[in-house]
Design a protein around this ligand. Structure first.
Ligand code: 1CP
Length: 345
């Protein structure tokens, strides 16, 4: 049987398409009524993440509705601390809560050897997805980058400035480095398991990369990401990796060069000229403002055309600069996908 053309995979491998592949971060989620229904049935958010049948179902929902070129595994970056044994809860309207870890001696409570039971359920979701997805749909596996996951583990919740992790990193870089090294190793195993189960492409979410000055960015964003990319390349030489160093701004080009990622996702604040420039070195993904999906109509169409024109001829993946927000009407998502798929058609 000939190998199916998976458009996102092909674009990352170096064959651009005149009509770019399209998928959206958080394409499964609360803006979809069918997601809210399954979510209510699952019980808690973590119950949904660890239930392979239901997690596969919510991953497939946006593929059925919109025909995206890629599906992203339904899971969360905080499953890694959860699997390591750091108690995690998601409470309605509050976001995640973890028992904070603030010093090197507390790292002894984390158990990398205990992760397999919970990771195994995620791998089962991936395996189901590869079976149930259309052959032409690329399957994306993911995890959080060590720095971003550490910011939640140290603060015990989301935070606007990641102050607790930054303070630990400055005050005791050796101790904080132990946490980053542990997360780097566990994340490599976790992503490698996703590839073995059937993921075609990997994305590493570093949502809080932008909170670090350049020297700290080198140490806590670039160095661990490079280590992950090198280790994964050895195990799976053909699987492309997309980095998402959100807020990296002027450090983005350096990030691409130093980490060896095959693609970079750009947030909404990246100027189109800079994104086009990056497109000469690597495959770029982005960067429509998710709030334009709330507005819809002409403002959405105008900016979409501008991005598509500016990125023409580049190795480019159409995406948002961050995740779809719960307020986005599903019809606006349909409007956007039609526009991208009909581009120059
Ligand atoms: O009630 C609900 O249904 C929970 C909402 C929700 C969803 C749909 C959360 C809680 N996580 C997710 C799924 C999720 N998270 C995916 C699934 C695949 C897809 O994109 O469709 C992915 C890739 C993530 C990744 C994730 N989780 C990130 C990185 C990307 C980003 O948004 O910056 C981060 C930072 C998280 C943590 C997280 N999970 C959920 C919330 C509310 C948060 C943010 C907490 C905070 O900082 O306040």
């Amino acid at each position: 049987m000939p190998k199916p053309v998976r458009k996102l995979l092909a674009t990352l491998e170096g064959t651009p398409d005149p009509i770019p592949p399209v998928w959206f971060m958080r394409q499964a989620g609360r803006y979809l009524p069918e997601y809210r229904e399954v979510r209510a049935k699952a019980g808690g958010f973590l119950d949904l993440c660890y239930n392979p049948a239901l997690a596969a179902e919510v991953t497939l929902q946006p593929i059925r509705r919109y025909g995206f070129d890629a599906a992203i595994l339904f899971a969360d970056i905080l499953l890694v601390p959860d699997a390591l044994g750091q108690p995690l809860g998601f409470h309605e309207g509050e976001g995640p809560r973890l028992a904070p870890i603030r010093s090197a001696p507390e790292l002894a409570s984390l158990k990398p050897s205990a992760t397999q039971a919970k990771f195994g359920r995620v791998f089962e979701t991936v395996a189901r997805l590869r079976q149930d997805l259309p052959n032409a749909t690329t399957l994306i596996g993911f995890c959080g980058a060590p720095w971003t996951v550490a910011t939640y583990m140290v603060a015990g919740s989301g935070s606007s400035d990641q102050a607790d992790a930054r303070a630990w990193a400055y005050g005791d870089p050796g101790g904080f480095g132990q946490l980053i090294d542990l997360l780097t190793d566990v994340s490599v195993d976790y992503l490698s398991g996703q590839v073995q189960a059937g993921a075609d492409v990997l994305q590493i979410f570093d949502s809080w990369a932008g909170s670090l000055p350049d020297d700290q960015f080198e140490r806590w964003v670039i160095a661990p990401t490079r280590r992950m990319v090198e280790a994964l390349r050895k195990k799976h030489p053909l699987v492309p990796i997309i980095g998402f160093p959100r807020g990296a701004g002027a450090m983005t080009a350096r990030f691409v060069e130093a980490t060896g990622v095959q693609g970079v996702s750009c947030d909404t604040s990246m100027p189109l000229a800079a994104m086009a420039d990056l497109g000469r070195k690597t495959c770029v993904q982005g960067n429509l403002d998710p709030l334009l999906l709330v507005a819809g109509g002409e403002p959405l169409e105008e900016r979409t055309r501008e991005i598509l024109e500016r990125m023409e001829g580049k190795r480019f993946v159409f995406n948002l600069g961050h995740g779809i927000v719960p307020e986005a009407p599903p019809e606006h998502v349909a409007q956007l996908v039609e526009l991208v798929k009909g581009w120059r058609g």
